[in-house]
Design a binder for this molecule. Structure first.
Ligand code: GAL
Length: 318
């Protein structure tokens, strides 16, 4: 069962460390990448932080049991100027597979501890579970980049979607065919101050769920729809329904996972940050219901994938 907000251990019995994460599906296996925050929380320049340890990866066939594949992109302790030095910020890693180059490509938010560096870092591997080789960071289209996500479309075109201009807009950047840099940017959500984007597609519609900008503190989510990923995007409202919807159930979105073999079934993945002890931040995974262009996410104390056996909505037990 999924138990949103409860401690979630891996198959070794240790708490999963994959915060701000995302999931790659490849050849029958799900790979969950996220920030390893298994260190002490200290006061940073602007907010509480944990020194960078690296990006963790866990693998699973069933989404319930996760095997620790280790730190697939470790911090670089020697050089204080390195993007992956422990005193930097490395957040929200996402991985997609490039069919042409046969490479797994990871993008992540790279920053200084005062969040003024604001770049997108990229790393590659020949295997889904790494190790990943860090290539460097860019300012996509010359712009600052903070919270980010990746989206790979059905035609293989991939996009980097990120909060830009000090979080004043969300920019959608097309990636080059090798997915290693950006090739044109479209600014959306101008002056709306959104972050934590999660993008998915159902039918011909693109959906984006974002959060407001309140650091580790939760706030209401918002979703938008588009018929072209570069925009325009139409904002529809808060996808969360019921008690807790004003705070996204005390969490902040990070990814929407389409379930393989179950068209129309999606999991909304969010982080319940614990700013006093960031390593103990919890995962809130909930079924995401899509009806036409309407989304809804309801709280469930415990659930399993059988909720998707019943028609969207009526299958939600609470
Ligand atoms: C949030 C952001 C997180 C992290 C946090 C602390 O707003 O979504 O990824 O950066 O602030 O700075």
């Amino acid at each position: 069962m999924f138990e949103p907000g409860d401690l979630w251990n891996d198959t070794d019995g240790k708490p999963i460390q994959a915060h701000g994460g995302g999931i790659l599906y490849y050849r029958g296996m799900y790979y969950w990448f996220g920030e390893n925050k298994d260190g002490n929380t200290v006061q940073g320049d602007v907010l509480e932080r944990v020194d960078v340890i690296g990006i963790s990866c866990y693998s699973s066939r069933d989404l319930y049991h996760w095997k620790n594949e280790g730190i697939v992109l470790p911090a670089a302790s020697e050089d204080p100027e390195h993007d992956l030095h422990p005193r930097k910020v490395v957040e929200r890693p996402k991985v997609i597979y490039n069919e042409a180059t046969h490479q797994f490509v990871m993008w992540m938010h790279i920053d200084h501890s005062d969040y003024s560096y604001a770049r997108a870092g990229v790393a590659v591997s020949n295997c889904p579970a790494g190790p990943y080789h860090y290539l460097g960071s860019i300012r996509p289209c010359g712009a600052d980049c903070r919270d980010l996500t990746l989206f790979k479309d059905e035609d293989g075109t991939a996009y980097l979607v990120f909060a830009s201009e000090w979080n004043r807009n969300i920019t959608v950047a097309r990636l080059t065919n090798d997915y290693l840099t950006t090739d044109g940017c479209a600014r959306n959500f101008v002056e709306q101050r959104r972050e934590a984007p999660a993008v998915f597609k159902h039918g011909r519609t693109y959906f984006m769920i974002t959060s407001g900008c309140t650091g580790w503190a939760p706030n209401p989510a918002e979703y938008s729809v588009a018929s072209a990923i570069l925009g325009p995007w139409e904002t529809k409202g808060n996808p969360c329904v019921g008690a807790g919807c004003d705070t996204t159930f005390s969490a902040q979105g990070t990814f929407v996972l389409p379930l393989i073999g179950r068209p129309g079934a999606f999991i909304f993945m969010a982080d319940r940050w614990n700013e006093h002890d960031l390593r103990d931040s919890r995962y809130v995974w909930l079924p995401l219901c899509v009806r036409g262009t309407e989304l809804s996410v309801r709280w469930l104390d415990r659930w399993d994938l059988s909720v998707y056996d019943v028609r969207c909505g009526s299958g939600h037990r609470s």
